[in-house]
Design a protein around this ligand. Sequence first.
Ligand code: BGC
Length: 806
Amino acid sequence: MSLWNFGYQGYDSAEEGLREALCTLGNGYFATRGAAEESAADGVHYPGTYVAGGYNRMQTEVAGRTIENEDLVNLPNWLCLSFRPAGGDWFNADAVEFLTYEQTLELRAGLLRRRMRFRDRDGRETTLTARRLVHMESPHLAAIEWVLQPENWSGQVTLRSALDGRVTNAGVPRYHALSGDHLVPVISEPLGDDGMYLVAETRQSHLRVAQAARTRLFRTEGSAAAERRSVREIGYIGQDIEVDVSAGEPLTVEKLVSLHTSRDRAISEPVLAAVETLAEVERFAALAAGQARAWSHLWDRCDIVLEGDERAQQILRLHVFHLLQTLSPHTVDLDVGVPARGLHGEAYRGHVFWDELFVLPYLNTCLPEVTVALLRYRYRRLGSARRMAREAGFAGAMFPWQSGSDGREESQVVHLNPESGRWLPDYTHLQRHVNAAIAYNVWRYYQVTDDREFLSLYGAEMLVEIARFWASVVTWNPQRERYEIRGIMGPDEFHDAYPDRDEPGLDNNAYTNVLVAWVLQRALMALDRVGANRRRELSESLNLDARERVTWDEISRNLFVPFHDGIPSQFEGYERLAEFDWAGYRARYGDIHRLDRLLEAEGDSVNRYQASKQADVLMLFYLFSHTELEQLFDQLGYELHDDMIGRTVDYYLQRTSNGSTLSHVVHSWVLARRDRGRSWALLKEALESDVADVQGGTTPEGIHLGAMAGTLDLVQRAQTGLDMHDVLHLDPCLPEELVGLGMRLRYRGHWVDLGVVHERMTLSAPDGWSGPKRVVIRGHTYEFSAGQRLEVPCHSERGGHRPAQM
Ligand code: BGC
């Protein structure tokens, strides 16, 4: 097994959607699913291309009301390349007999390769090797190389190379009732002898997209002569190229493509840019060399070497690959957030949720400049968040649960339960905890990087406005003498209301309340850290006075946290809900990840049961170290006992269906120090989430970026006890199954290399290191300087430092 390749043997039309999502190629600017070049959207194949942040809004009549959705738009398909022998059919994977078929994603080189030998219905045998890239160095370029070799026949073939703008958003069957016809064709024209370009525009957002393509043919001795004819339809342009081929002689077809949009910087307009970008490149091989170079630079920074489990290593690299294809150094120039499903499909319409909470920790340690770009996506939408807070009767800024182009709330108001066929009200926008997650991300980024400029110019303002929002949401309960947060939802999406209450929302979600207490304190700390001048400026421009700060402090010490049997309740009254019959439902349905849908289809409601979709209370143990959580509980006037942690973990693990792929990540994390074997097993499950499509059909609609990044973070922080908050702490604790780990970390502007095996760990600083002088390993402080290699035995006794995970 190559640890740098991920692939498949044999063609399987039933698995094509999954393969397409997992073989997506992208560069942070745009991405294209791994659909076969010769395919079109037909129920088996779905060639989708998406530009980061390329949204459009449309209205639809559904269930008796007009609803509006904003979608990440499926852009013209640039892949189109096919061939047919004279008198034969267009090549169609579903109609030929494959003698061999192999599809491989080459992670190190950033290439997708298909190598196949097939026999058509007339007995012609052909070998075709297709390679493809979406360029990581020049983000506006992509290319396909076909090497076509007739094995037992000679004659004329017609090749069809095209740009197809007649596409719609049709990648998610659940959304078929919703409008998906986002593109208006603008123009398509030939470009010289061997080229063409196509322009389309989105209907409402007026995003203009231009693609230019050139298709050239080569034989071993040089260019191949061919007859070309233009094929045109509205929204489509192609070229039919006729050429002679001979048995045993390869014909190379190179299709080079450029893509620009009207949102690009440093261009006049997209067509001119697309034509010029295309003119700069000659051959596929040169692009492939640049691609390998760009990827090798990224791998240098971002790879995680894991010894002892080849499958885990391979999938971990696949996760790095997809993360970097969605969020890359090119993101720095864009105004985009973290799309929950990558740029790999149309599920959740390309929206941005709280999932960055799982993505940014890893980026903080290898591409912190990308974290800043993502945090600034939120910062730019502060105005919209302020407006939303105001309209809802609150102060400060209320960020939406689902965000798209301009930061308004994009959560749907009704959603379809495919099990019952019913459209149901959707209250997920009540997950106000996304606001705490954004504040958390701001602070963690600042702690890891010590980027005071960011804190001063952007972060502090975000923290202040989020703190203000929460301070206006809480209500005082005089009986309890505590502040409360009522009428919201926690991360567990199964519970959106009390079974006996008419209006949606739950009271005192423990995760939210504890996190808010932490956030309010960070807002105060941020104001301290930015210094007197900036504090004065912020106070003046945000109209912030000392009284408000005193109130935040007061709330942060007196928020109510519900408990039952000595453990935090997911929300007030959770323990009074009925126990769910897990065994019975598993026996009846098999897969009960989405038991909310099953129950609704039965006329019941998951709101009646102690059954959660995903980690909720346990998120607290994921976000905070033991020490931090102890302090936080103390700040709130509660006690956190070791015994309570264990019981909390056990209680919720038994009551969670893992209907979100984020859940395994959190559960593996909370068990990392308590039960290494079980934690490793859960990490392995999290690693399989997308590659094995464990939710039975969700991955073809887009990868789960949060879960993918979460596995990287898990290996990076949970296994090494890495804590970069104010000092660099390490406390490795490898599971039995692993032999060793290696990674590079960016800490406060410097790189360090970390290696861990069971008995020892090494930390080396390159020459020229001028980072922090001290590191704390297993509770002992070590001096650390340029060019030094620190080797520390791992079987030493535990020091005072409590591990970052429990
Ligand atoms: C999860 C959310 C998540 C969203 C997008 C949902 O299924 O419950 O926590 O933010 O997917 O990934």
